[in-house]
Design a protein around this ligand. Sequence first.
Ligand code: URA
Length: 205
Amino acid sequence: MPAVVPETKSLNVLSQAVRHCTGCDLYRWATQAVFGEGRKDARVVAVGEQPGDVEDRQGKPFVGPAGKLLSRAFEDAGMDRGEVYVTNAVKHFKFEERGKRRIHKKPDRAEILACRPWLEAEMRAVEPELIIAMGVTATEALLLKKVAITPLRGKFNEHPWGTLFVTIHPSAILRAQPEDRDREYRRFVQELKTAAGWLRHRSAE
Ligand code: URA
């Protein structure tokens, strides 16, 4: 059954409703839906892919290893994570069991589309000025088309829900070769600084 999203701008109501979502099959295996988190008056929404193993257990977005890296990067970029509404394109964890481990699996297009009404409802509620798409899944969910990150990375694009800024997913830094990790992290922070600069500039206008 398609996602049943209440017509409301209340993040509270939405986050309760998403718990009952059966819009795709992922709810069958995940512990719980993980909704976005942050202030309703946030100027920025950061969008990731889907909750990971830790997020699935805790019910909060970006609280595992990628989330810790993201918090550090926000701080290094001079942004306050508390001022950013953080969410995911897909609200349920998709994984494959390997022994005791649950290995992340990329959501497919049907799952991304099934979940998009939740993302849209969050955007309607928050009305961000800036949307930071982190990685390919978030960018595809927002642009509704297949994309390659490289040509879009570090750039601003107009989007009906707010100005869109594309960067990589913090997990890509964790997955990078150890010798590349530092450089990738610095570039990510630099991109977040670009986004922060855009916001500063806009407030000064
Ligand atoms: N990766 C994501 O895309 N989102 C999370 O919440 C955690 C890891």
